[in-house]
Design a protein around this ligand. Structure first.
Ligand SMILES: [Zn+2]
Ligand SMILES: [Zn+2]
Length: 82
């Protein structure tokens, strides 16, 4: 029988990212995550934290990319009107 990687209790499932077993208390977080619930389903706590970090970086890059596009669009528009 498989046990939780953290506390040794009976495992409720295996992490979909790293494959280690986790109990309900140390993985598969679903409460209070809103729109991110689906993406985090089935992960152990370690991967859960890691995913959150990567999502933050991805969001930052996305905001910077959109900001850059808007600035270029704005500059192009201003130049076209002259
Ligand atoms: Zn546990
Ligand atoms: Zn994991």
């Amino acid at each position: 029988m498989s046990v939780c990687y953290k506390c040794g209790a009976a495992a409720a499932g295996a992490c979909t990212n790293c494959g280690q077993f986790h109990c309900p208390a140390h993985g598969n977080k679903t409460a209070g995550d809103g729109v991110l619930t689906m993406a985090r389903h089935g992960l152990c706590d370690a991967c859960h934290a890691d995913m959150g970090f990567k999502k933050g970086i991805a969001a930052l890059i996305g905001v910077l990319a959109i900001g850059t596009i808007l600035v270029i669009w704005f500059i192009a528009n201003v130049l076209n009107k002259q």
